[in-house]
Design a protein around this ligand. Structure first.
Ligand SMILES: [Cu+2]
Length: 170
């Protein structure tokens, strides 16, 4: 009897070791394969792109909910440069809710996630801020007023290196 019980215990022990062993291997695999890309400082994006020295502002001006207010997003076409002013602020100056919503898939899925159909600016002073890190043409619109509220942000490549140190200096 005692011998049978002991055998049973050993069997459970081996099974347990197998479970622990496989999860350790799994963890090792996860760290090796998935973490390096996440640990590279936001995918190796230069510091001056992550934190540009200037913002660019797009105003959602008063009366944008009227079709006749053709300027709604002001400016409607904005061009920014990576590493210079690629942090864009949409500033709500109207009293009727609007959205900043990407039109289809843009060059950056992060923008599409942030600028989704529920991305409402509801009252005066509300802001939507997005720091672009990829060049491209970003079309966006307002969900409730899609027929006339549309805008474009064009992101140009900049001097990707913040290194403006004069290596030529003698
Ligand atoms: Cu709107």
């Amino acid at each position: 009897m005692a011998e049978k019980a002991a055998k049973h215990t050993v069997t459970i022990g081996v099974a347990l070791l197998a479970v622990i062993g496989s999860s350790v291997i799994g963890l090792g695999y996860y760290q090796y394969v998935f973490l390096p890309s996440a640990g590279g400082g936001e995918g190796g994006i230069p510091e001056n792109v992550l934190n540009p020295s200037q913002n660019a502002t797009i105003r959602l001006i008063a009366g944008s909910y009227f079709p006749s207010q053709a300027d709604n997003y002001t400016p409607k076409n904005l061009t920014v440069t990576l590493g210079v002013n690629n942090k864009v602020v949409w500033a709500m100056e109207d009293t009727v809710p609007h959205t900043v919503t990407s039109v289809g898939k843009t060059a950056d899925s992060k923008f599409d996630e942030a600028a989704n159909s529920g991305n409402y600016l509801r009252q005066l002073g509300d802001r939507f801020v997005f720091t672009f890190t990829k060049q491209g043409v970003y079309n966006y619109y307002c969900v409730p007023h899609a027929a006339w509220m549309r805008g474009v942000v064009t992101v140009l490549p900049g001097s990707e290196q913040s290194g403006q140190q004069s290596s030529e200096h003698k």
